[in-house]
Design a protein around this ligand. Structure first.
Ligand code: AHR
Length: 459
């Protein structure tokens, strides 16, 4: 049990705590500026690869890095530029890099010179094992059932089948695009007629344009999840979600359930607008990561497609108790947030909602705090819903207050968990961040129970 009001011990006078290793260079959002529609994945060669749309829509780029954070400063290779005339001389959109049959293939959408929105899906193939330095040549156009606007393709494997999922305008359906799925027989041809997975009909799918595009697939917890993007590419852009049982017939429309509400939308609190066109990857610890783009502002002058500031962002992806995805909200600029679950209350987390600081179950966004590094292994803790605010100690209790430079009451030394695992946070007065009766307090943590209450498992 934590006692309030520990004896005053300056941060410099810590009683011989084994200090936790300094955190690696932080992964900061936005990760890469002005790269929309980003595909980020960790390949079997140990590299993270990034490709995405550039504001000029005139070329295909690839970055790679041994770490997610390294993508921010990684060298960017231009692997292909559109021709000055003719086919593929229009807008170049939403590339995806895939290793198929022993070679790199780049799938992308391209318009034609003079008809830049006559968008079709094409494939380049690389002659070398290094996607950044190899020679790329056009393999051809992906053959779909209709000669119509199609884009945002992705490929995934499930139960021995290589699937192709993409967005296309279907003749006779008055939408910009719907989602389709089919096995991929060869890099350019489908193994059978596609199944139509979804048509944008819900109010949050048809704001500005009737759009279902940018499918991204994640297979977890006995389910196949397909996240997709909806509505116009301004602040109304958002993610929807289709879910099928992993043992179902994915080629049956009846296998798929659409979330009635969007799962990821703009956030006034965190200052991220139009989050969408996502992909999925894992961090260096194998934890699921959501990759998406978003802007730092809501109001756009002119056509949002030509506003360049859809930046690549990442955040960890979490699951509800039933194994379904919990996207939360876009986390905002700065360090990637974490969740902190007391060792003695699994399933509960440090949580900040408005002025209330406590320990509880959720919602997810209320339990995400970013650790902002300070000197000598210290951190401040910023709730993502309260940018510019920090946890601080006041009379043995922990409150949320505006960040102030030099505020020692908001500085914590991050140390190895007092109960032998996880982390603990030692306040300037020498006490440890813990909890009691749902409140977050600071105290000496002198016995095993108190140490468990002052130890947090970070997820
Ligand atoms: O970013 C260009 C296009 O705009 C993408 O292909 C699509 O997902 C979005 O609507």
């Amino acid at each position: 049990m934590l006692l309030a009001g520990a004896g005053a011990v300056g941060l410099g006078g810590l009683a011989g705590e084994a200090l936790a290793a300094a955190p690696a260079a932080p992964l900061l959002n936005p990760v890469v500026r002005q790269r929309a529609d980003a595909q980020v994945f960790r390949h079997s060669d140990g590299y993270y690869y990034l490709t995405g749309s550039v504001p000029e829509y005139d070329r295909l780029i690839v970055r790679r890095s041994r770490t997610l954070a390294g993508l921010a400063s990684a060298e960017e290779a231009v692997i292909w530029r559109r021709p000055a005339e003719g086919k593929l001389g229009g807008y170049i959109w939403a590339p995806e890099l895939h290793w198929i049959d022993g070679a790199w293939h780049m799938y992308f959408a391209a318009g034609d010179k003079g008809q830049p929105f006559r968008i079709r899906t094409y494939v380049l193939r690389c002659d070398g094992r290094n996607a950044l330095t190899g020679t790329w040549s056009l393999l051809g156009e992906v053959q779909t059932p209709w000669d119509s606007f199609n884009l945002d393709s992705t490929i995934f494997h499930h139960k021995g089948v290589r699937y192709f999922c993409w967005a296309q305008k279907e003749p006779g359906i008055e939408t910009n695009s719907n989602l389709y799925l089919a096995p991929l027989a060869t890099p350019l041809t489908l193994g059978r007629p596609p199944v139509r997975l979804t048509v944008p009909t819900l109010d949050w799918e048809v704001r500005g344009f009737k759009v279902a595009e940018a499918p991204a697939v994640l297979i977890r917890n006995g389910r196949v999840f397909i996240a997709y993007s909806a509505s116009a590419t301004d602040d109304r852009y958002c993610l929807g979600l289709l879910t099928a049982d992993a043992d179902a017939d994915l080629m049956s429309e009846a296998s798929w359930t659409k979330s009635p509400q969007p799962v990821f939308v703009s956030s006034e609190e965190t200052g991220v607008w139009g989050p969408g066109h996502n992909s999925f990857t894992v961090d260096e610890q194998g934890r699921d990561v959501l990759v998406f783009h978003g802007r730092d502002y809501k109001a756009i002058k002119g056509n949002p497609l030509f506003d360049p500031n859809r930046h690549t962002r990442v955040q960890r992806l979490y699951y509800k108790a039933d194994g379904t995805l919990d996207f939360g909200v876009p986390a905002g600029a700065g360090e990637i947030p974490d969740r902190f679950s007391p060792l003695d209350r699994s399933g509960a987390f440090l949580r900040v909602e408005g002025e209330a600081v406590g320990v509880g179950e959720g919602p997810l966004a209320a339990t995400q705090l970013r650790q902002k590094a300070g000197p000598a292994g210290t951190v401040t803790l910023e709730p993502i819903l309260r940018p510019g605010h920090m946890l601080r100690v006041e009379a043995g209790k922990v409150v949320v207050a505006p960040a102030a430079s030099g505020d020692r009451a908001a500085v914590f030394k991050r140390v190895k968990g007092l109960a032998g695992r996880g982390v603990s946070f030692q306040a300037s007065d020498g006490g440890y961040l813990g909890h009691r009766d749902g409140a977050v307090v600071v105290g000496p943590a002198r016995d095993a129970r108190a140490r468990a209450a002052a130890t947090f498992v970070v997820s």
